[in-house]
Design a protein around this ligand. Structure first.
Ligand SMILES: NC(=O)c1ccc[n+]([C@@H]2O[C@H](COP(=O)([O-])OP(=O)(O)OC[C@H]3O[C@@H](n4cnc5c(N)ncnc54)[C@H](OP(=O)(O)O)[C@@H]3O)[C@@H](O)[C@H]2O)c1
Length: 168
């Protein structure tokens, strides 16, 4: 089981703009970085992000919605609980948790790694990146790129689905 959170965050913590319904910046090098780091993984997006981006080529895509009847071309619909349950016994697949803010917040405790591109500019927008809990997330690596710094983190207290079950 492996969930990796992947996000791009502006200096002012903005990750999106709900009025524009597209990313508030265009940085080809960061898009290339995203592509390289998600190839071979299953992409997981919240319903709003999935509607915005559509299916991305050459990667299986899951859309998370609370409506089990929801359908989006090229995506498999799941709830978060279904994703975590599948993930609990699927040791081979790697999932890239691709946002947006709601999904990052809910799945962050179950991600073993995070890869965050810190852009070197502020961006206009109203969707903000939820904070990583620094008591459990440890900075692992940092690479300077053009217009952003790619930082990876390891979750030292990664939750699993079986832990959720045992709480109830
Ligand atoms: N900078 C980045 O790296 C990045 C990456 C991705 C997205 N974004 C931006 O983020 C924004 C969208 O983020 P957002 O927070 O508004 O929306 P979102 O996280 O993309 O999607 C929210 C939707 O996810 C579904 N959902 C939430 N909790 C769920 C659960 N427990 N089980 C199943 N489904 C669940 C719900 O869909 P239903 O309403 O259908 O139930 C909810 O409306 C956009 O502006 C986008 O551009 C930025």
């Amino acid at each position: 089981m492996s969930l990796t959170l992947i996000a791009a965050v502006a200096k002012n913590s903005v990750i999106g703009n709900s009025k524009m319904r597209k990313m508030p910046w265009y940085v080809p090098e960061e898009l290339k970085f995203f592509k390289e780091n998600t190839m071979g993984k299953v992409l997981v997006m919240g319903r709003k992000t999935a509607e915005e981006t559509g299916k991305l080529r050459a990667r299986d895509c899951i859309v998370l919605s609370k409506d089990p009847a929801y359908k989006l071309h090229g995506f498999i619909t799941m709830t978060i609980e279904q994703l975590l349950a599948v993930n609990a016994y699927d040791f081979d697949k790697q999932y890239a948790i691709c946002g947006g803010a709601e999904i990052y917040k809910e799945l962050m405790p179950y991600c073993s790694m995070a890869m965050i591109s810190y852009m070197d500019f502020d961006a206009p927008g109203d969707v903000l990146m939820p904070a990583l809990d620094r008591t459990v997330w440890r900075r692992a690596q940092s690479v300077e790129m053009n217009k952003f710094t790619a930082v990876s983190y390891v979750n030292t207290d990664c939750k699993t689905y079986s832990k959720i079950i045992s709480k109830h």
